[in-house]
Design a protein around this ligand. Sequence first.
Ligand code: BGC
Length: 765
Amino acid sequence: MKKINLIVVAFCVLGFISCQNSNTNNPETSSPSVSSVLEVEQKVTALLKQMTLEEKIGQMNQYNGFWDLTGPAPSTGAAAKKHEHLRKGYVGSMLNVRGVENVRKVQKIAVEETRLGIPLIIGFDVIHGYETISPIPLAESASWDLKAIKKSAQVAAEEAAAAGINWTFAPMVDISRDARWGRVMEGAGEDPYLGSKIAFARVQGFQGSDLSQHTTIAACAKHFVGYGFAESGREYNTVDVGTSTLNNIIFPPFQATIDAGVRTFMNSFNELNGIPATGNEYLQRDLLKDQWGFDGFIVTDWGSIEEMISHGHAKDGKHAAEIAAKAGSDMDMESYLYVTELANLVREGNVKEAYIDAAARRILRVKFELGLFEDPYKYCNLQREKEVIGQQAFHDAALDMAKKSIVLLKNDNQLLPLKKQGQKIALIGALASDKTSPLGNWRIAAKDSTAVSVLEGMQAYKDNQLTYAKGADVSLGKTKFTAELNINTTNRSEFPQAIAVAKTADVVVMVLGEVGYQSGEARSRTELGLPGVQQELLEAIYKVNKNIVLVLNNGRPLVLNWHQEHLPAIVEAWQLGTQSGNAIAQVLYGDYNPSGKLPMSFPRAVGQVPIYYNYKNTGRPSIPASNTVFWSHFQDVQNTPLYPFGYGLSYTTFEYTALKAKVVSNHEIKVSVILKNSGKISGKEVVQLYIKDHYASVTRPVRELKGFELVRLEPNQSQKIAFTLTEKELGFYDNEGDFIVELGDFSIFIGSDSNAKLHTKITLK
Ligand code: BGC
């Protein structure tokens, strides 16, 4: 295979300064100047010189809050030592301490009672908002609107920072192709290209252009690595993936966060190809730190050092601490093993002190960059906390993001938008009045019942007659973050009332799906239908009124065959956060024309999962001429998903014509297409460009997204949309980890989803 180029991956072998400099080449990323980087390094060096071994290890120790989540501070066991450790300077960070008063309390101990007064870095899972909640990240990704996504992270950072927090454990950039995995809600979906763009935008949003501002916080790219490929989608399960998938699918969004200047990484709970990520020296030290030049620090996932014992990789806690430290895990989240074991391991000569110095240096570097040494209480301003949290501008941004996240899946006979007057509308479903589920799973700082429900959102349209009936609960009782859910599989007592309401309605809006805690961490599912008795309820209503708009609230792709076949209109509304009901109502009534596109394929059956648009062709991709059975397929279901990646409708229509591609050189291909709004109202379209590399030394997917643009057009307006493909888009990582471009034939597809028909072919010679 003839290669035209061998692009050296941006290895920052010269260490942190050269990497910082490489970021300055990116106009979108603002990095500190060389002089300020050097200044920070000098300060860190000076501080390190004063520190005892125990104090340096202390920086590598992170504790959960004393009172949050888990209740009052424990008085026995290792956790009872937290206060004592904090006073001795053996704690570098705390998580889940929030609110100015609480943060000030712990920071005061660190700053005023420890020997060196090193401030704590305060971490929190600000995943999609702090108290004002944005759509779940998967939903935001459906907007394909990088500006809005960046803005959402910015708002989250500002609000969290006002509550004393200076570090978020986000963005989660794990690619996943498996809707069974509950954490798909927290990522950007199945595609590495879209995922990388979103990862970049989110880091920029959280960190801004100056980390030392009191409105910005350090971001954390997680989970390094492979977590989204857990076998059978079962949470925390084993991961075994090959080099090509790692390099081309899983790594790119992490690399994008480095390009955006991310300051921390979190490793993952899973083992990858036999080695737990937390103990993986190749991944953390060789690849991430040395080859990719990451100069921030790596925090472990919760207790993951200790979990290496259960994985069968470490003999005991001491052994686990040794493996993790050698592997380059800089900070121990809640295993208590660095603080108890590392000093002895160093004294006995089992862990080099240089590793401790390097880890402490990385952590202190970020603290200096945050400006914590200048003013450890800079995030602790009570007045600001009062003024900033929950401000109207944040709600406006959350509403804007929520509308942009909605995907219209079906709209026969233009049932939507709903008429604003003279209609009898039946609103049915427990989720329609649920003010908590729209907040999703990761919203530990938001109070229950603070989301606008669909019922409330629709009540704002007063010229219709709206009647609500619950129909059936989705879950009974327990809805807490920490508890198993109790899904309602038996109680149908409120069906009759809902049926009666539906019978006389002009249109029935049914809000069905998953409660907020049904996706997220440890919420894997084997079935992807509507949970509990909701499907039965839907079919019972359908018997009396077929004019149904199904509004889905969910944290993952669902199987929707019956719905696609029978219902005239389907709206994917995910879990949209605080402003959920307003956003949904505005879309249903046409005050906002939806433009969202799916960031994950929706399967026809669970048996198809993992299902993704960028699959490989296999040697037997289609029915052979002899019409035998021997080709790659299922006997009972088509190979294709029900709704493909990138799919989503609008209240208007778009036409694509005049696709052109010109090979300027083997390094540059100019592509253009004409997009026309052929419908009757103004609307936005996500123009998507996919390539297919027809043959290569390592086989390539049938299609790969390599460009997209969000375009607004008025009715009848046309616009030429142009893309440039370079080596970056045309190449791939081979199995040696080198990025290469191979000559040959490429197809280019442009259209409104990953099934785009319009295509042309080019050849690189
Ligand atoms: C999750 C992380 C999270 C951490 C701290 C873990 O269980 O996997 O993503 O940041 O807890 O809350």
